[in-house]
Design a protein around this ligand. Sequence first.
Ligand code: CTP
Length: 403
Amino acid sequence: MSDAASTRSGRLTVVVGITGGIAAYKAVGVARALVRAGHDVHVVATDGALRFVGRPTLEAISRNPVHTDLYEGVAEVRHVALGQRADLIVIAPATAHTIASLAAGLAGDLLGTTVLASAAPLVIAPAMHTEMWEHPATVANIATLRARGVTIVGPGSGALTGEDVGPGRMSEPDEIVERALAVIGPHDLVGRRILVSAGGTREPLDPVRFIGNRSSGRQGVALAAAAAARGASVTLVAAHLEVPAPAGVEVVTVGTAAELEAAMAQHAAEADTVIMAAAVADFRPIAVAESKIKKTDDGAGLRLELERTPDILAGLAARRRPGQRIVGFAAETEPDDDALLRVAAAKARRKGVDLLVVNRVGWSEGFGTPTNAVMLLDGDGSLVGRAEGDKASVAHRILDLLA
Ligand code: CTP
């Protein structure tokens, strides 16, 4: 969030990027709808945009100065400051040229630097002639942006400049604003401190080998990202993530169960909610060899002696502060729902959690996938919800129950 006031009120700092197409006149409606919704709107217009719509109009509607020039406001480092402060960036209209620049990560103008300097969600509303929209270059650029998490609104089909009719018409301002605010989601976790563990621990056998597990960290990372997007201040304790940690969260990197336990204990002291999404080793080698374990000439096998690791989740639950909520995960291999629920209900009670997120795992299920299907149990082991879909929407559903 941009400043303390906006953090309290849920008022967003929104950068509205306007680029040079005839639909720029409709961008006035985008800025106005955002201002009416109570947000702080800063327009970044390209030179091309200002040929279609006047600066005074945009300043009057947005109630802020309009920025265009990369070389203005250098002392206040404006080329990155706007992006760093933004909670949301909406580019409407986004021309074919702008879409290509965004896909390539170009920083040749103020809009380019603003986008690159920002961790905020980016929403674009393309507008161009049908041939340009359907050109393989644009199609590939849109695919690149989508893969990067950019939300594309429209374009619709209808009258274009001149006599042309077809796909390429910019969506209507109200639709763009509605979709953009939906990306941000509710700002219902403002002021909350959420601690999330994610990934899988590794217990070393020797300097080159470890006992690990198949957790990619995707669901935990999605939870951290969703909580941050909803305004929480988030600490992510990360064990061997296969995906990048989200922007805007504090990351504490750990390797072993013992390191994870120490990090959780330290950060749980300030957390309102603790979410243990990490897959923690249940056993670790009693002794770690100082140098690489060698094969012997007699062809003998290797016997490893393992000891139990502490149950971090149960420990956190047992020592929870008044009002602190503890969320656990359970990955089970039971094939049918009834058996899964029985095992999970017992686990929820045994661990003393407030919420247990249960999913089925197997050789081909659960790990490293972009989607998830979970059941949500309360501390008594009663089923209180289900969620299915990409890991981001599952994360939001879990947070809905906590919010
Ligand atoms: N967990 C933990 N410390 C451990 C093992 C697990 O905190 N040493 C946490 C996980 O982060 C997860 C939850 O406990 O939130 C469930 O882990 P799971 O391995 O399914 O539970 P276990 O108690 O180990 O039960 P099981 O006997 O089924 O392995």
